[in-house]
Design a protein around this ligand. Structure first.
Ligand code: TMP
Length: 212
């Protein structure tokens, strides 16, 4: 039986890492074999690419270079980790995937959708998530959270507000285009409430998969 592939998406500080941790705990509690990975990263090669991508020193990085590096990191993790785990009937949870590239590079950097989607397909060998959870919060809430934790910004987080607004618009367009795959989860409110909303999406898919 082929595994099940979930991805999480959203702007920085939307709370996706917290939600992913909670989902993994729930699945492990049910003895479901889970592989948790993040993008960019998840393999030695992809983590090395991540360092280059997020390094604030790399102010001269061209948008096209950025696109190719994100998708290079993806090609490696798909081949090295995700495809084998799915073949071994695992549930794979990936913190960001193809939709991040469409939203950030396609819309945010305005590199053009058609090309970004083509290169995503090339990098993933056309692998698509079974379901994608987009944790949606207003940008002001995300910014307030960042300030609250007074974290240093990485290269992407240092981008202008207009860039992040285009990213959100990109996610919205993606969700409108693929409503069966991309589930919009309201990221506002207590962590437990958001966790329950995520579970309402994941649980039926999991049951259907387990009943196969
Ligand atoms: P993270 O902070 O969620 O680990 O993600 C790293 C940053 O990289 C985040 O600001 C989003 C950005 N990103 C892209 O711009 N394109 C991509 O394809 C991916 C996977 C992430």
């Amino acid at each position: 039986m082929q595994g099940l592939f979930f991805t999480f998406e959203g702007v920085d500080f939307c709370g996706k890492s917290t939600q992913i941790k909670r989902l993994v705990q729930r699945l492990e509690h049910q003895d479901i074999p889970v592989l948790l990975v993040r993008e960019p990263g998840g393999t030695d090669i992809s983590e090395a690419i991540r360092e280059i991508l997020l390094d604030t020193k790399n102010t001269s990085m061209h948008a096209r270079t950025e696109l190719l590096l994100y998708t290079a990191a993806r090609a490696q993790i798909v081949a090295e980790k995700i495809v084998p785990a799915l073949a071994a009937s695992m549930v794979v949870i990936c913190d960001r995937f193809i939709d991040s590239t469409t939203a950030y590079q396609g819309y945010g950097r305005e590199l053009g959708l058609a090309f970004v989607q083509k290169i995503n397909e090339f990098a993933t060998q056309s692998l698509k998530p079974d379901a994608t959870i987009w944790i949606d919060i207003p940008l002001d809430v995300a910014e307030a959270r960042r300030k609250q934790f007074s974290l240093k910004k990485d290269r992407l987080e240092g981008e202008a507000r207009s860039f992040r607004e285009r990213v959100v618009a990109g996610y919205q367009m993606l969700a409108d285009a693929e409503p069966d795959r991309i589930h919009i989860i309201d990221g506002n409110g207590p962590i437990e409430d958001v966790e329950e909303r995520v579970w309402q999406v994941v649980s039926p898919l999991l049951t259907r998969w387990q009943d196969q």
